[in-house]
Design a protein around this ligand. Structure first.
Ligand SMILES: [Zn+2]
Length: 226
């Protein structure tokens, strides 16, 4: 909304306010990384998501029926510990910082957490779904395993798939691990929450390995971690 911004800028200048404070006040909520609920996305982005999903044969009402909301795609990413195969893993900065604190706290409790997958672009997510279709899955089967492109928490850079030594990546046996018990007890202290519990409304299978960082939800702040 350039008109609103210009108006508030003019008003601020007239009032003698520093410009920086105006910019901060005018920043839309969409600029907050990892909110609990994604803000409404720009129409062009939503149209792109819908077009891609049409191309995959996803019913147009699929997202609405599963209570899924279009997610933004992260732009500025930082590296987190490499995955179990030694590949680079990225998240947005606040999520990466919280993950680092959580990994350190887990290590102090004798629990080794490892990454499997962090940020994934919408294009890559589309590729993953296409692979499943090529292997003969129906789109309904594929969408129980892979998030609908454009609606994936991985696209925001706020979600991370985790594992621990002895457990295969993205395997349901993670739910029986000491690491999972630790995450259930302590994840929220660092702002990490289980996105897809059994019977979730989004149509995804139970994913004990998938945790999402929500800004402002950590109950233990950096200064409390020794
Ligand atoms: Zn995941």
């Amino acid at each position: 909304m350039p008109f609103v911004r210009t108006t508030s800028l003019v008003l601020a200048l007239a009032a003698g306010l520093p410009i920086a404070s105006v910019a901060a006040a005018a920043a839309p909520a969409a600029d907050v990384l990892c909110p609990a609920m994604p803000p409404p996305q720009p129409a062009a982005w939503v149209a792109h998501i819908e077009e891609v999903n049409r191309g995959l044969g996803i019913p147009p009402d699929y997202a609405a029926r599963h209570d899924l909301r279009p997610e933004p795609e992260a732009r500025d990413l930082v590296q987190v510990p490499r995955d179990v195969y030694g590949r680079k893993v990225e998240m947005v900065a606040p999520a990466a910082a919280a993950l680092k604190r959580m990994f350190a706290a887990a290590a102090r409790d004798g629990v080794k957490l490892e990454t499997v997958s962090g940020f994934r672009s919408m294009a890559y997510q589309t590729h993953l779904v296409r692979l499943k279709l090529k292997r003969g899955m129906t789109i309904q089967q594929a969408l129980k395993i892979n998030a609908v492109p454009g609606y994936s928490e991985h696209q925001t850079g706020c979600a991370i798939d985790l594992t621990t030594p002895g457990v295969p990546a993205a395997d349901s046996s993670f739910a029986k691990s000491k690491a999972f018990t630790w995450l259930q007890q302590h994840g929220a202290e660092f702002g990490f929450h289980l996105s897809f519990p059994p019977g979730n409304p989004y149509g995804y299978e139970y994913e004990p390995w998938h945790w999402r960082y929500i800004a402002g939800s950590a109950s233990v702040t950096a200064s409390h971690v020794h």
